[in-house]
Design a protein around this ligand. Structure first.
Ligand code: CTP
Ligand code: MG
Length: 556
């Protein structure tokens, strides 16, 4: 069957479709519509980057009158889009129709003079709206409507999910509540663009691209901002020399390796961000990491930012995840649920360490979906075979080629429900032979492990790398224990259908029960008990059996 459908909401979130109405419920299956006209990952990115270059970020008094504000700004040109949000104050993102409007705006904008302090006269697109005299800029009432930029708190989420009537609806709702909003995506690209202005002082032709969960379709409100300083597109690289006659080339500083160049560039850009970048605080240069980076917080947006360079493989894995997420609407739903479930059980953490990462978890979900008896997702090898000449891509000797045109991909007719898939995900990894096998989405099959890491997930584009090298035995065992516990819980009558408390309100059930704190406690106890026994896979299998048997009689 030729794939002819795609999650319309997913397209919209990534800026492909424009028609958004209030009644849209982004994640219902009937929302899937023909994907003719679907743009590739690359063209969506280019479009978003261009939009961001026509935008400014303005700190406003909290009671700014929206109409007056827009009237004031439209003196510089027509405005395409404007929204407000709160983050240490009220901010507005304003997108002009034409880039030229920015020149006009900059002309009338003053560099502040502050008593007893001096300012760096760097003219960025992060501005402050000042209100002088009694001009009617203030609405006098509550101020503009602000768009949320963070997810709802866990306890509210559990309440909302408990009020749904099926596990499938719970999973859809969770996706709807967690996924990035259109406004949040705009803000992400704008922050990236503001940073580009700083880097462009040295490298005017550079691009800063977003990768990771901001653009791969699996981002949750509040996730970090992964950026990549792209210097490859600078003109003059690989310029063909004439066979005879004169030619000119630039004199350049040289260094011992690509890595050393990356480190020195990031060091200087990091310094500029620190010294000149308005709103950028807590800048850390982490240059000795495998992938050197500059980490900082962008206060006006509230984003935690990581800036890397020379990281093209990560860009490719982002594009691959985007493609997989667009092939079937259930992919993103399942990933959001598994990520949320993992966070609620402290299987993942915002602190770096031996925990399983969100990226690893996502690859595990993709692999599981490739392993269904009727596969929901194709293997990377299959996507590689479908690639056209323009898709060809080799990075550091690794073949990173795969098809970018989703319409060429054949998908099979799998009709499993989200509830079935979630249940089976837990059973699949509750009994997976982690001690012997590696997860490989290129082949879509487990392979013998090539090293002794407890969890081995092959990097899809660099087969020598293990995506989850950081994970230790304890963390893997916890993951397995919680998978088995959750598989068991979803089978219990007590948990797999709506239930009410004594006062008539809904008690956590289904997905809500799986992510509620009590479930996490049960799993912790089980994990402690699971220690000091025979090798993992045997233990897992027998425990799963015992849990299933126990499930017939016991209740938690
Ligand atoms: N990445 C990778 N190998 C790793 C870790 C990360 O290739 N071992 C790439 C992936 O493309 C990943 C991106 O770097 O998507 C960003 O990493 P990270 O921020 O850790 O993951 P995200 O997918 O962005 O998820 P999160 O929402 O947790 O930030
Ligand atoms: Mg990230």
């Amino acid at each position: 069957k030729r794939l002819s459908k795609l999650d319309s909401c997913f397209q919209r979130k990534l800026g492909i479709s424009t028609a958004v109405t209030k009644t849209d419920t982004c994640n219902k299956k009937d929302e899937i519509e023909p994907k003719d006209g679907l743009k590739s990952f690359h063209s969506v990115q280019e479009e978003r980057i261009e939009q961001a270059e026509r935008s400014v970020l303005i700190s406003c008094p909290s009671k700014t009158n929206e109409n007056n504000f827009l009237k004031y700004l439209s003196r510089h040109g027509d405005i395409n889009k404007c929204f407000f949000y709160e983050s240490y104050g009220t901010y507005a993102v304003v997108e002009f129709v034409h880039k030229e409007s920015l020149a006009s705006l900059h002309q009338g904008t003053a560099i502040p003079t502050i008593n007893h302090e001096a300012t760096v006269p760097f003219k960025s697109r992060l501005l402050t709206l000042r209100q002088t005299g009694s001009v009617e800029m203030s609405s006098g009432k509550s101020g503009p409507l602000c768009q949320p930029q963070i997810t709802i708190p866990m306890k509210d989420l559990i309440l909302r999910l408990s009020n749904e009537n099926s596990v499938d609806q719970q999973i859809s709702s969770l996706t709807e509540m967690y996924q990035l909003t259109e406004e949040n995506v705009c803000l992400r690209f704008l922050v990236c663009s503001l940073l580009k202005d700083i880097a462009a002082a040295y490298f005017p032709e550079c691009k800063i691209r977003l990768f990771g969960s901001s653009v791969n379709g699996f981002g949750k409100l509040g996730c970090d901002l992964d950026m990549f300083l792209d210097l490859d597109s600078i003109s003059g690289r690989n310029l063909k020399k004439l066979k005879a006659g004169f030619s000119l080339e630039y004199q350049t500083k040289r260094s011992v390796s690509e890595r050393a160049v990356t480190q020195s560039i990031l060091s200087v850009i990091g310094e500029c961000v620190d010294q000149f970048g308005p709103g950028c605080v807590g800048v850390q240069k982490i240059l000795q990491a495998r992938c050197p980076l500059v980490r900082f917080a962008h206060q006006p947006s509230g984003f935690q930012c990581d800036l890397t360079a020379n990281n093209r493989v990560a860009m490719k894995s982002t594009e691959l995840l985007y493609l997989y997420g667009g092939l079937d609407w259930r992919v993103r739903c399942l990933v959001f649920s598994v990520r949320c479930w993992a966070r609620s059980h402290s299987i993942t953490s915002s602190i770096p360490g031996a925990w399983i990462s969100n990226f690893s978890l996502t690859v595990m979900v993709l692999f599981f979906l490739q392993r269904r008896s009727v596969p929901i997702l194709p293997t990377l090898d299959y996507l590689n075979k479908l690639a056209g000449p323009l898709d060809k891509c080799v990075i550091d000797g690794n073949d990173c080629t795969f098809v970018s045109d989703m319409t060429k991909i054949q998908v099979q007719d799998n009709t499993e429900t989200l509830e079935q898939l979630l249940q089976e995900f837990f059973e699949f990894y509750g009994t997976f032979a982690f001690n012997r096998m590696s997860i490989n989405i290129r082949k879509g099959q487990e392979q013998n492990k090539s090293d002794t890491s407890p969890l081995h997930i092959q990097n899809p584009f660099d087969t020598t790398l293990n995506v989850s090298k950081n994970v230790n035995v304890t963390q893997l065992e916890r993951f397995v224990a919680v998978c088995r516990e959750s598989a068991w819980m979803l089978q219990q009558q007590e948990f797999n259908a709506p239930r009410t408390n004594g006062d008539g309100t809904r008690a956590p059930w289904g997905l809500a029960a799986l992510i509620s704190p009590s479930a996490s406690q049960v799993a912790k106890v089980k994990s402690r008990r699971a220690k000091k026994r025979e090798p993992a896979s045997e233990r897992i299998k027998s425990l799963l059996e015992s849990l299933k048997n126990k499930g017939k009689t016991a209740s938690v």
